[in-house]
Design a binder for this molecule. Structure first.
Ligand code: 3PG
Length: 212
């Protein structure tokens, strides 16, 4: 189930104000070596953006983020999302997503949340907001207890601490907005986005040469 996440160590967390930006952004990220997009339901444009990328850029792995309810889950799947990220753990959403063969990445930051996710068979969990819930130190402590679980920290990950996060083997991938800030997307600053993506990709390749 998690096979598809392999090689995608950097996950841009994207909010589109307009779905017209979906393909230009997909191309800008890909030019910088990032071939995965988490398109969040923080805007009305999410489903249309997911659909365009899924249809027009089949080499990019597209998923939905900030999925808060079943309606969004179903819309994301219909649009072509392959993985579903939620800020927190909601059993109903996870169970429904698993039934639909989607890769489910709910946010879990406490031992109890992690155990609830494990009981549904999950092995990769979002850890959000990472900087607030203890960051690297917390992930290391949790990883020592929950063998076999991997985390995707987001919230406070940047180019400055990316290497430190990626050097922890129990981190599946790092997510964040630092290369896809609203001002960059809305200002059509796609060259800057490519540059920031390339910088992140270079760090990823340096820390994990075997994955990339
Ligand atoms: C997320 O949902 O993963 C966060 O909004 C990303 O946080 P960041 O803006 O600190 O990268």
């Amino acid at each position: 189930m998690y096979e598809m996440l392999k090689g995608h160590g950097i996950v841009p967390v994207i909010k589109f104000d307009s779905a017209d930006d979906a393909l230009p952004l997909a191309d800008a990220l890909a030019a910088g070596g990032i071939k995965i997009m988490e398109i969040t339901y923080r805007s009305e444009a999410a489903s249309s953006a997911i659909e365009q990328v899924a249809k027009e850029r089949p080499d990019i792995l597209v998923g939905a983020g900030t999925v808060l309810n079943l309606e969004q889950l179903k819309a994301a799947e219909a649009a072509g999302a392959k993985f579903i990220v939620s800020p927190g753990f909601d059993e109903t959403i996870v169970v429904e997503g698993l039934k639909r063969n989607l890769v489910m990445l709910p946010g879990c930051v406490t031992p109890s949340e992690i155990m609830a996710a494990m009981s549904l068979g999950l092995k990769v969990l979002k850890f959000f907001p990472a900087s607030v819930y203890g960051g690297i130190k917390a992930i290391k402590s949790l990883a020592s207890v929950f063998g076999g679980i991997k985390f995707m920290p987001t919230g406070g990950v940047t180019a400055d601490n990316l290497a430190e996060y990626l050097s922890i083997p129990q981190i599946q991938a790092c997510g964040g907005t630092w290369m896809v800030k609203a001002n960059l997307i809305n200002g059509a600053e796609f060259e800057t986005i490519t540059k920031l993506s390339q910088e992140a990709t270079d760090i990823y390749r340096k820390i994990r040469p075997d994955e990339t």
